[in-house]
Design a protein around this ligand. Structure first.
Ligand code: WQD
Length: 384
Protein backbone atom coordinates (compact mmCIF):
# COMPACT_ATOMS: atom_id res chain seq x y z
CA UNK A 1 0.00 0.00 0.00
CA UNK A 2 1.80 3.24 -1.09
CA UNK A 3 2.26 5.67 1.79
CA UNK A 4 -0.21 8.58 1.48
CA UNK A 5 1.00 11.88 -0.02
CA UNK A 6 2.34 13.94 2.96
CA UNK A 7 0.04 16.82 3.84
CA UNK A 8 1.24 20.32 2.90
CA UNK A 9 1.73 22.48 6.01
CA UNK A 10 -0.06 25.83 5.75
CA UNK A 11 0.26 28.64 8.28
CA UNK A 12 -2.86 30.76 8.82
CA UNK A 13 -2.25 34.07 10.59
CA UNK A 14 -5.27 35.31 12.50
CA UNK A 15 -6.35 31.66 12.52
CA UNK A 16 -8.47 31.94 15.69
CA UNK A 17 -10.52 34.84 14.33
CA UNK A 18 -13.86 34.92 12.54
CA UNK A 19 -12.48 34.56 9.01
CA UNK A 20 -9.45 32.50 10.08
CA UNK A 21 -11.44 29.84 11.91
CA UNK A 22 -13.76 29.34 8.93
CA UNK A 23 -10.76 29.20 6.55
CA UNK A 24 -9.06 26.57 8.75
CA UNK A 25 -12.27 24.55 8.90
CA UNK A 26 -12.43 24.64 5.09
CA UNK A 27 -8.76 23.64 4.65
CA UNK A 28 -9.18 20.74 7.05
CA UNK A 29 -12.18 19.28 5.25
CA UNK A 30 -9.99 18.82 2.15
CA UNK A 31 -7.48 16.72 4.15
CA UNK A 32 -4.76 18.02 1.86
CA UNK A 33 -3.37 20.59 4.25
CA UNK A 34 -1.95 20.37 7.80
CA UNK A 35 -2.84 23.64 9.49
CA UNK A 36 -0.76 25.86 11.77
CA UNK A 37 -2.41 28.90 13.34
CA UNK A 38 -0.81 32.05 14.71
CA UNK A 39 -3.04 34.55 16.51
CA UNK A 40 -2.40 37.25 19.15
CA UNK A 41 -6.01 36.83 20.37
CA UNK A 42 -6.54 40.61 20.13
CA UNK A 43 -9.91 39.98 18.47
CA UNK A 44 -10.25 36.21 18.80
CA UNK A 45 -10.87 33.49 21.40
CA UNK A 46 -8.76 30.29 21.53
CA UNK A 47 -11.92 28.23 21.95
CA UNK A 48 -12.76 28.89 18.27
CA UNK A 49 -10.07 26.44 17.14
CA UNK A 50 -11.13 23.81 19.68
CA UNK A 51 -14.55 24.06 18.05
CA UNK A 52 -13.04 23.78 14.54
CA UNK A 53 -11.24 20.58 15.58
CA UNK A 54 -14.52 19.28 17.04
CA UNK A 55 -16.39 19.93 13.76
CA UNK A 56 -13.60 18.28 11.75
CA UNK A 57 -13.47 15.23 14.08
CA UNK A 58 -17.27 14.85 14.01
CA UNK A 59 -17.13 14.86 10.21
CA UNK A 60 -14.61 11.97 10.04
CA UNK A 61 -15.92 8.59 8.89
CA UNK A 62 -15.72 5.77 11.48
CA UNK A 63 -12.94 4.08 9.51
CA UNK A 64 -10.86 7.27 9.09
CA UNK A 65 -7.12 6.71 8.66
CA UNK A 66 -4.52 7.82 11.19
CA UNK A 67 -3.44 10.61 8.79
CA UNK A 68 -7.04 11.84 8.45
CA UNK A 69 -7.42 11.92 12.25
CA UNK A 70 -4.07 13.69 12.55
CA UNK A 71 -5.14 16.27 9.95
CA UNK A 72 -7.94 17.45 12.26
CA UNK A 73 -5.39 18.67 14.81
CA UNK A 74 -4.31 22.31 14.50
CA UNK A 75 -0.86 23.46 15.70
CA UNK A 76 -1.79 26.72 17.44
CA UNK A 77 0.55 29.51 18.60
CA UNK A 78 -0.44 32.63 20.53
CA UNK A 79 1.93 35.17 19.13
CA UNK A 80 1.96 38.72 17.79
CA UNK A 81 3.26 39.16 14.25
CA UNK A 82 5.06 42.35 15.24
CA UNK A 83 7.26 40.24 17.58
CA UNK A 84 9.73 38.92 14.99
CA UNK A 85 11.56 36.53 17.34
CA UNK A 86 8.30 34.83 18.32
CA UNK A 87 7.30 34.40 14.68
CA UNK A 88 10.75 33.13 13.70
CA UNK A 89 10.59 30.56 16.51
CA UNK A 90 7.41 29.14 14.97
CA UNK A 91 9.04 28.77 11.56
CA UNK A 92 12.12 27.18 13.19
CA UNK A 93 9.91 24.40 14.55
CA UNK A 94 9.15 23.28 11.00
CA UNK A 95 12.53 24.09 9.41
CA UNK A 96 13.46 25.46 5.99
CA UNK A 97 10.76 24.55 3.49
CA UNK A 98 8.70 23.00 6.29
CA UNK A 99 5.76 25.35 5.72
CA UNK A 100 4.39 25.18 2.16
CA UNK A 101 2.46 28.45 2.21
CA UNK A 102 0.88 31.16 4.33
CA UNK A 103 -2.65 32.53 4.38
CA UNK A 104 -2.16 35.95 5.99
CA UNK A 105 -5.40 37.14 7.55
CA UNK A 106 -4.28 38.78 10.82
CA UNK A 107 -4.99 42.52 10.75
CA UNK A 108 -6.96 45.28 12.47
CA UNK A 109 -9.95 45.94 10.24
CA UNK A 110 -12.29 48.66 11.48
CA UNK A 111 -12.57 51.43 8.91
CA UNK A 112 -13.77 54.07 11.38
CA UNK A 113 -11.29 53.12 14.12
CA UNK A 114 -8.35 53.31 11.69
CA UNK A 115 -9.01 57.04 11.20
CA UNK A 116 -8.48 57.54 14.97
CA UNK A 117 -5.35 55.37 15.51
CA UNK A 118 -3.57 55.24 12.12
CA UNK A 119 -0.09 54.46 13.50
CA UNK A 120 -1.43 51.38 15.29
CA UNK A 121 -2.98 50.24 12.01
CA UNK A 122 0.21 50.86 10.01
CA UNK A 123 2.32 48.94 12.54
CA UNK A 124 -0.07 46.01 12.90
CA UNK A 125 -1.12 45.69 9.26
CA UNK A 126 1.93 46.82 7.26
CA UNK A 127 5.04 46.37 9.46
CA UNK A 128 3.80 42.96 10.60
CA UNK A 129 3.24 41.89 6.98
CA UNK A 130 6.75 43.02 6.07
CA UNK A 131 8.29 41.14 9.03
CA UNK A 132 6.30 38.02 8.12
CA UNK A 133 7.48 38.11 4.49
CA UNK A 134 11.11 38.55 5.60
CA UNK A 135 10.88 35.49 7.86
CA UNK A 136 9.07 33.48 5.19
CA UNK A 137 11.93 34.35 2.83
CA UNK A 138 14.49 33.14 5.38
CA UNK A 139 12.71 29.77 5.62
CA UNK A 140 12.08 29.29 1.88
CA UNK A 141 8.33 29.69 2.35
CA UNK A 142 7.50 31.70 -0.77
CA UNK A 143 3.76 31.34 -1.32
CA UNK A 144 1.16 33.68 0.20
CA UNK A 145 -2.59 34.17 0.00
CA UNK A 146 -3.12 37.68 1.35
CA UNK A 147 -6.32 38.92 2.97
CA UNK A 148 -6.94 42.25 1.28
CA UNK A 149 -10.10 44.33 1.19
CA UNK A 150 -12.58 46.11 -1.04
CA UNK A 151 -11.64 49.25 0.88
CA UNK A 152 -8.53 49.47 -1.36
CA UNK A 153 -10.85 50.97 -3.99
CA UNK A 154 -11.85 53.95 -1.84
CA UNK A 155 -14.81 55.60 -3.56
CA UNK A 156 -14.67 53.61 -6.82
CA UNK A 157 -15.47 55.37 -10.14
CA UNK A 158 -17.44 52.36 -11.45
CA UNK A 159 -19.93 49.99 -9.78
CA UNK A 160 -19.68 46.99 -9.84
CA UNK A 161 -15.95 47.28 -9.21
CA UNK A 162 -13.47 45.36 -11.44
CA UNK A 163 -9.99 44.51 -10.13
CA UNK A 164 -8.48 46.87 -12.73
CA UNK A 165 -9.91 49.85 -10.82
CA UNK A 166 -7.16 52.22 -9.56
CA UNK A 167 -6.34 51.66 -5.88
CA UNK A 168 -7.11 54.81 -3.91
CA UNK A 169 -8.13 53.98 -0.36
CA UNK A 170 -10.07 56.56 1.69
CA UNK A 171 -9.20 55.21 5.17
CA UNK A 172 -5.92 54.31 6.88
CA UNK A 173 -7.23 50.74 7.07
CA UNK A 174 -7.72 50.62 3.30
CA UNK A 175 -4.30 52.26 2.78
CA UNK A 176 -2.62 49.51 4.88
CA UNK A 177 -4.13 47.00 2.48
CA UNK A 178 -2.91 48.90 -0.61
CA UNK A 179 0.60 49.15 0.88
CA UNK A 180 0.73 45.44 1.72
CA UNK A 181 -0.50 44.48 -1.76
CA UNK A 182 2.22 46.70 -3.23
CA UNK A 183 4.92 45.06 -1.09
CA UNK A 184 3.73 41.63 -2.23
CA UNK A 185 3.62 42.61 -5.91
CA UNK A 186 7.14 44.09 -5.77
CA UNK A 187 8.48 40.97 -4.02
CA UNK A 188 6.94 38.70 -6.67
CA UNK A 189 8.38 40.96 -9.42
CA UNK A 190 11.86 40.82 -7.88
CA UNK A 191 11.89 37.02 -7.71
CA UNK A 192 9.36 35.68 -10.24
CA UNK A 193 10.83 32.16 -10.21
CA UNK A 194 10.56 31.94 -6.43
CA UNK A 195 7.60 33.92 -5.09
CA UNK A 196 3.90 33.46 -5.86
CA UNK A 197 1.11 35.45 -4.18
CA UNK A 198 -2.59 36.18 -4.56
CA UNK A 199 -4.45 39.02 -2.85
CA UNK A 200 -8.10 38.40 -2.06
CA UNK A 201 -10.11 41.63 -1.83
CA UNK A 202 -12.87 40.75 0.61
CA UNK A 203 -16.16 42.52 0.33
CA UNK A 204 -18.40 42.04 3.39
CA UNK A 205 -18.18 38.59 5.01
CA UNK A 206 -21.27 37.52 6.98
CA UNK A 207 -22.90 34.49 8.58
CA UNK A 208 -21.37 31.50 10.36
CA UNK A 209 -20.83 27.74 10.05
CA UNK A 210 -24.37 26.17 10.08
CA UNK A 211 -23.47 24.07 13.15
CA UNK A 212 -23.51 27.27 15.23
CA UNK A 213 -20.22 26.15 16.81
CA UNK A 214 -18.07 28.90 15.27
CA UNK A 215 -18.93 32.47 14.34
CA UNK A 216 -18.07 36.14 14.64
CA UNK A 217 -17.23 37.09 18.22
CA UNK A 218 -15.91 40.68 18.25
CA UNK A 219 -14.29 41.91 21.45
CA UNK A 220 -16.55 44.46 23.18
CA UNK A 221 -19.20 46.35 21.25
CA UNK A 222 -19.32 45.30 17.57
CA UNK A 223 -18.32 48.01 15.08
CA UNK A 224 -19.76 46.12 12.12
CA UNK A 225 -23.46 46.26 11.26
CA UNK A 226 -24.43 42.58 11.21
CA UNK A 227 -22.82 41.42 14.48
CA UNK A 228 -24.19 44.58 16.15
CA UNK A 229 -27.73 43.74 15.03
CA UNK A 230 -27.28 40.16 16.28
CA UNK A 231 -26.06 41.46 19.68
CA UNK A 232 -29.04 43.84 19.87
CA UNK A 233 -31.51 41.05 19.10
CA UNK A 234 -29.95 38.63 21.59
CA UNK A 235 -29.91 41.28 24.31
CA UNK A 236 -26.13 41.61 24.64
CA UNK A 237 -26.27 45.26 23.54
CA UNK A 238 -28.98 47.31 25.22
CA UNK A 239 -29.27 50.01 22.52
CA UNK A 240 -32.93 50.77 21.93
CA UNK A 241 -32.21 51.94 18.40
CA UNK A 242 -29.63 51.23 15.69
CA UNK A 243 -27.75 54.36 14.66
CA UNK A 244 -27.76 54.50 10.86
CA UNK A 245 -24.64 56.40 9.80
CA UNK A 246 -26.18 58.68 7.18
CA UNK A 247 -29.03 58.33 4.69
CA UNK A 248 -27.92 61.07 2.31
CA UNK A 249 -25.67 58.92 0.13
CA UNK A 250 -26.25 58.66 -3.66
CA UNK A 251 -27.83 55.19 -3.29
CA UNK A 252 -31.40 53.88 -3.83
CA UNK A 253 -32.50 54.42 -0.20
CA UNK A 254 -29.75 56.89 0.78
CA UNK A 255 -27.88 54.42 3.03
CA UNK A 256 -24.55 52.79 2.15
CA UNK A 257 -24.52 49.70 -0.05
CA UNK A 258 -22.22 46.72 0.54
CA UNK A 259 -21.67 43.31 -1.09
CA UNK A 260 -22.22 40.62 1.56
CA UNK A 261 -20.99 37.06 1.07
CA UNK A 262 -21.22 34.01 3.31
CA UNK A 263 -18.06 33.50 5.36
CA UNK A 264 -17.88 29.85 4.23
CA UNK A 265 -18.01 30.91 0.57
CA UNK A 266 -15.26 33.41 1.37
CA UNK A 267 -13.29 30.63 3.07
CA UNK A 268 -13.65 28.44 -0.03
CA UNK A 269 -12.10 31.29 -2.03
CA UNK A 270 -8.96 30.94 0.13
CA UNK A 271 -8.75 27.22 -0.60
CA UNK A 272 -9.07 27.88 -4.34
CA UNK A 273 -6.37 30.58 -4.10
CA UNK A 274 -4.04 28.28 -2.15
CA UNK A 275 -4.50 25.52 -4.73
CA UNK A 276 -3.76 28.14 -7.43
CA UNK A 277 -0.29 28.72 -5.92
CA UNK A 278 0.74 25.18 -6.83
CA UNK A 279 3.20 24.77 -9.74
CA UNK A 280 0.58 23.30 -12.09
CA UNK A 281 -1.69 26.34 -11.73
CA UNK A 282 -2.53 28.46 -14.81
CA UNK A 283 -3.76 31.65 -13.01
CA UNK A 284 -0.42 33.38 -13.67
CA UNK A 285 -0.28 32.44 -17.36
CA UNK A 286 -1.71 35.72 -18.65
CA UNK A 287 0.00 38.07 -16.19
CA UNK A 288 1.12 41.35 -17.87
CA UNK A 289 4.57 40.90 -16.28
CA UNK A 290 6.40 37.71 -15.31
CA UNK A 291 5.59 38.42 -11.63
CA UNK A 292 3.42 35.63 -10.25
CA UNK A 293 1.08 38.04 -8.43
CA UNK A 294 -2.64 38.72 -8.94
CA UNK A 295 -5.56 40.22 -7.00
CA UNK A 296 -9.15 38.95 -7.02
CA UNK A 297 -12.44 40.34 -5.70
CA UNK A 298 -14.32 37.99 -3.40
CA UNK A 299 -17.93 39.14 -3.51
CA UNK A 300 -21.34 38.19 -4.94
CA UNK A 301 -21.83 41.21 -7.19
CA UNK A 302 -25.08 42.05 -5.36
CA UNK A 303 -25.24 45.34 -3.42
CA UNK A 304 -27.38 45.49 -0.26
CA UNK A 305 -28.12 48.70 1.70
CA UNK A 306 -28.03 49.23 5.45
CA UNK A 307 -31.83 49.36 5.62
CA UNK A 308 -32.13 46.17 3.56
CA UNK A 309 -29.78 44.46 6.06
CA UNK A 310 -31.94 45.65 8.95
CA UNK A 311 -34.98 44.19 7.22
CA UNK A 312 -33.24 40.86 6.52
CA UNK A 313 -32.17 40.59 10.16
CA UNK A 314 -35.67 41.51 11.33
CA UNK A 315 -36.94 38.50 9.37
CA UNK A 316 -34.15 36.18 10.59
CA UNK A 317 -34.38 37.10 14.28
CA UNK A 318 -38.05 38.06 14.67
CA UNK A 319 -36.75 41.13 16.55
CA UNK A 320 -38.30 44.48 15.60
CA UNK A 321 -35.23 46.70 15.21
CA UNK A 322 -35.79 50.42 15.55
CA UNK A 323 -33.33 52.83 14.01
CA UNK A 324 -32.48 56.52 13.80
CA UNK A 325 -30.37 58.35 11.26
CA UNK A 326 -27.26 60.06 12.62
CA UNK A 327 -24.23 61.64 10.90
CA UNK A 328 -22.03 59.82 8.43
CA UNK A 329 -19.13 57.67 9.78
CA UNK A 330 -15.61 58.78 8.76
CA UNK A 331 -14.09 56.47 6.15
CA UNK A 332 -17.42 55.17 4.83
CA UNK A 333 -18.00 55.17 1.07
CA UNK A 334 -21.43 55.02 -0.64
CA UNK A 335 -21.20 51.68 -2.47
CA UNK A 336 -18.78 48.73 -2.48
CA UNK A 337 -20.24 46.11 -4.81
CA UNK A 338 -17.88 43.66 -6.53
CA UNK A 339 -17.53 42.67 -10.13
CA UNK A 340 -16.98 38.97 -9.26
CA UNK A 341 -16.27 37.68 -12.77
CA UNK A 342 -12.46 37.40 -12.69
CA UNK A 343 -12.38 35.14 -9.60
CA UNK A 344 -15.23 33.10 -11.03
CA UNK A 345 -13.39 32.64 -14.34
CA UNK A 346 -9.83 32.07 -13.08
CA UNK A 347 -10.29 30.54 -9.62
CA UNK A 348 -13.67 28.88 -10.13
CA UNK A 349 -14.87 30.98 -7.16
CA UNK A 350 -18.62 31.27 -6.53
CA UNK A 351 -20.58 32.66 -3.56
CA UNK A 352 -23.98 30.95 -3.93
CA UNK A 353 -25.28 31.39 -0.34
CA UNK A 354 -27.80 34.23 -0.21
CA UNK A 355 -28.47 36.96 2.36
CA UNK A 356 -31.27 34.99 4.02
CA UNK A 357 -28.87 32.10 4.64
CA UNK A 358 -26.18 34.45 5.98
CA UNK A 359 -28.64 36.05 8.43
CA UNK A 360 -30.05 32.65 9.47
CA UNK A 361 -26.58 31.20 10.15
CA UNK A 362 -25.51 34.36 12.01
CA UNK A 363 -28.61 34.20 14.21
CA UNK A 364 -28.16 30.45 14.83
CA UNK A 365 -24.57 31.11 16.04
CA UNK A 366 -25.66 34.08 18.19
CA UNK A 367 -28.56 32.36 19.91
CA UNK A 368 -26.41 29.28 20.65
CA UNK A 369 -23.56 31.47 21.89
CA UNK A 370 -25.08 34.68 23.27
CA UNK A 371 -21.73 35.54 24.88
CA UNK A 372 -19.70 34.24 21.95
CA UNK A 373 -16.87 31.92 23.06
CA UNK A 374 -16.68 33.54 26.48
CA UNK A 375 -18.14 31.90 29.59
CA UNK A 376 -21.80 32.75 29.87
CA UNK A 377 -22.23 35.36 32.56
CA UNK A 378 -25.97 34.77 32.88
CA UNK A 379 -28.08 33.22 30.17
CA UNK A 380 -29.72 35.67 27.78
CA UNK A 381 -33.19 35.30 26.36
CA UNK A 382 -33.49 36.83 22.88
CA UNK A 383 -35.45 40.10 23.14
CA UNK A 384 -39.03 40.18 21.92
C1 WQD B 1 -21.51 48.51 6.82
C2 WQD B 1 -22.46 49.69 6.67
C3 WQD B 1 -21.89 51.62 7.95
C4 WQD B 1 -22.70 50.07 11.92
C5 WQD B 1 -16.35 45.87 6.86
C6 WQD B 1 -15.10 45.52 7.58
C7 WQD B 1 -13.92 45.85 6.72
C8 WQD B 1 -14.05 45.21 5.37
C9 WQD B 1 -15.39 45.46 4.73
C10 WQD B 1 -12.63 43.32 5.19
C11 WQD B 1 -21.71 51.01 6.58
C12 WQD B 1 -23.25 51.06 8.37
C13 WQD B 1 -22.55 50.16 10.54
C14 WQD B 1 -23.71 50.86 12.58
C15 WQD B 1 -24.37 51.72 10.45
N1 WQD B 1 -13.83 43.82 5.51
N2 WQD B 1 -23.39 50.96 9.83
N3 WQD B 1 -24.51 51.63 11.80
O1 WQD B 1 -17.55 49.42 6.97
O2 WQD B 1 -18.27 47.91 5.06
O3 WQD B 1 -16.39 47.25 6.61
O4 WQD B 1 -16.41 45.15 5.68
O5 WQD B 1 -11.71 43.91 4.78
O6 WQD B 1 -12.77 45.38 7.36
O7 WQD B 1 -15.05 46.29 8.75
O8 WQD B 1 -18.79 47.23 7.36
O9 WQD B 1 -20.54 46.58 8.93
O10 WQD B 1 -18.91 48.39 9.62
O11 WQD B 1 -20.62 48.86 7.89
O12 WQD B 1 -25.11 52.47 9.79
O13 WQD B 1 -23.88 50.84 13.83
O14 WQD B 1 -23.28 49.76 7.82
O15 WQD B 1 -21.94 53.04 7.92
O16 WQD B 1 -22.38 51.84 5.67
P1 WQD B 1 -17.77 48.05 6.43
P2 WQD B 1 -19.71 47.75 8.55
Amino acid sequence: MPSPEPLKRVLVTGGAGYIGSHVIYTLQTTRRYKVISIDNLHNAHPKSLDRVEQIARDALPADASEQDRDSTKIDTYTCDLTKRDEVRAVFEKYGKGGIWGVIHIAAYKAVGESTQIPLTYYENNVSATLYLLQIMNEFDCTRMVYSSSATVYGTPPVIPIPESTRLKADSPYGKTKVMSETILEDLCSAEPQRWRALSLRYFNPAGAHPSGLIGEDPRGRPGNLLPLLAHMAVGRVQDSKLRVFGNDYPTPDGTCVRDYLHVLDLAKGHLLALDALAPASTVFDNCPTDARYKAYNLGRGQGVSVLQIVDAMRKATGYNFEWEVVGRRRGDVPDLTADPLLAQKELGFTAPQDLETMCRDLWNWQTKNPWGYGEPSGALAPRE
